[in-house]
Design a protein around this ligand. Structure first.
Ligand SMILES: [Zn+2]
Length: 144
């Protein structure tokens, strides 16, 4: 079953991209974004919307520093000046990037995994039922 992820639409785009990237790394059990770029096959197990994919592509350069860890290496993005720092602990409480900037950098945390929709959950069950019926029907055909 494919996993999907929820992003905070109010966070800076780069924060959203980093959150999603960390969630994808966890889902794919890969430690760094750079490794995933080399071999994206594990991503087949997750579901990324076209908007989320565009977000990842737009910020691909910054995402190469991400690491699931431990220690986790993520980004803190200033919502005022849009610059970011690479952090492995807590983000700075005030913007260290632009002199006089009043922004408070937002640390990207791993995006939450969404629960599968009921319809997506029902579909595989029906498939199993159909396969079971087909298999139990086969012996009768061969016997007669
Ligand atoms: Zn700033």
């Amino acid at each position: 079953m494919q996993a999907t992820f929820a992003l905070d639409p109010d966070a800076p785009p780069l924060t959203q991209a980093a959150s999603l990237a960390l969630a994808l790394l966890r889902a794919a059990k890969i430690r760094t974004w750079a490794e995933l770029v080399v071999d994206p096959a594990p991503l087949a197990a997750v579901s990324v919307t076209p908007e989320q994919m565009a977000l990842l592509n737009t910020h691909a350069g910054a995402l190469t520093t991400l690491r699931v860890g431990p220690p986790m290496v993520t980004l803190a993005v200033c919502p005022e000046c849009s610059r970011f720092t690479i952090v492995s602990g807590q983000a700075a409480t005030s913007c260290p990037l632009t002199l006089g900037c009043t922004g408070k950098p937002q640390r990207a945390s791993t995006a939450a995994r969404l629960k599968a929709a009921p319809t997506a959950k029902d579909a595989p069950v029906e498939t199993v039922d159909a396969a079971g019926r087909a298999r139990s029907g086969d012996p009768h055909i061969h016997q007669s």
